[in-house]
Design a protein around this ligand. Structure first.
Ligand code: TRP
Length: 344
């Protein structure tokens, strides 16, 4: 069977959204809505795999929702919702807990990184996290998943789970009249430049909400002065900008700033260097401040306005959840039949 093409992706409501989230994920989500039916999820169930302050969690769920809308995702045409309002995610995740093998999860590098040395003290949820992510995608039988490099391994796991489910239940799938490929094999969509935005203080580290220095990142809600200050203080080296991309290779900080400029401007690094090759950082940074403020300023302002209107944001999430539930409910009914549960 040919699956209906459908995009699914999720963003965790933890901490402030920054330029890395925007260029690495949200702008890609915006672009995809022209070609696909898209479901964008605020993955609050994933967030609580590490401790979240309940008051802060509510705030960040609304903030991510506001960022989606302010960036241009149309909540009427696409589906925007938060994961915990559609119970089928957790339901299918349990079934997948029984499909995925311990050996598969033991290979997940993100768990090893996040759990660190104190693995005994990590939550069971953090360990089973990739199974829930597989359920997120497959409960909508999504075919395309925009993700960063760091999520590719989880997506491979989702494909393994899909395949094993289809295989283990092949007889039951056929006897219920479903196509033998009940779940699709979701494909990653990894596109465009500056998918990886690096720290403004250290070009070898990803821009991150957990980095102690706020000068390492540009938050989506930073005002113009703050953006200007952060760009001005961004780490560079004493050389002028090169004229060819090759010249950026040994210079991670220069590479990062040129990449950010290109991504914000919708051009390539080569284009940026054609314009700024030979220029000093002082003048390039001025141009980068102007561009960042022009592009991010209106989004930040709109976000700040939207997050204050709880009724509006919550109604978007309620409407999205209702529409998502229709699709997820259909899948879950079929899954129950396939697995052999009795249902009304
Ligand atoms: N794990 C993803 C991240 O941290 C978020 C996520 C949860 C997700 N479920 C998903 C991404 C499903 C894509 C598809 O970035």
């Amino acid at each position: 069977m040919a699956f209906k093409e459908r995009v699914f992706s999720g963003v965790q409501p933890t901490g402030n959204l920054h330029l890395g989230n925007y260029l690495g994920a949200i702008t890609k989500f915006v672009a995809l809505q022209d070609t696909y039916d898209c479901i964008y999820c605020v993955v609050d169930l994933h967030a609580i795999t590490v401790w979240q302050d309940p008051v802060e969690l509510k705030r960040t769920i609304r903030e991510v929702t506001a960022a989606f809308i302010a960036s241009g995702i149309d909540p009427k045409k696409q589906i925007i919702f938060n994961q915990s309002q559609v119970a089928e995610h957790a339901e299918l995740a349990w079934i997948f807990n029984c499909v995925a093998r311990l050996g598969w999860l033991n290979r997940m590098t993100q768990f090893k990184e996040k759990a660190g040395k104190d693995r005994e003290n990590a939550s069971v949820g953090l360990y089973a996290y990739p199974n829930l992510m597989a359920a997120d995608i497959l409960v909508y039988r999504a075919t395309h998943v925009p993700v960063g490099e760091d999520q590719k391994q989880h997506l491979e796991l989702a494909r393994d789970i899909s395949q094993k489910f289809n295989f283990d239940f092949a007889k039951s799938i056929a006897s219920h009249g479903f196509d033998e490929a009940f779940f699709p094999q979701p494909e990653p969509l990894i596109q465009g430049p500056a998918t990886r935005v690096m720290s403004l203080r250290d070009g070898s580290k990803k821009m991150s909400k957990s980095e102690p220095s706020d000068y390492s990142r540009i938050n989506l809600t930073d005002d113009a002065d703050t953006i200007a200050q952060k760009v001005r203080k961004a780490k560079t080296d004493p050389e002028a900008l090169p004229s060819e991309e090759e010249g950026l290779k040994p210079r991670p900080e220069a590479d990062n700033l040129v990449g950010i400029y290109a991504a914000l401007n919708g051009t390539t690094k080569a284009d940026v260097l054609r314009e700024f090759g030979g220029a000093q950082f002082s003048s390039f940074k001025m141009a980068l401040v102007d561009l960042s403020v022009a592009k991010l300023g209106p989004i930040g302002a709109e976000m700040k306005k939207l997050v204050q209107d709880h009724d509006y944001i919550d109604s978007i999430l309620a409407d999205g959840s209702k529409r998502a539930s229709v699709i997820a409910g259909e899948t879950m009914k079929a899954v129950k039949d396939i697995v052999g549960f009795v249902r009304s």
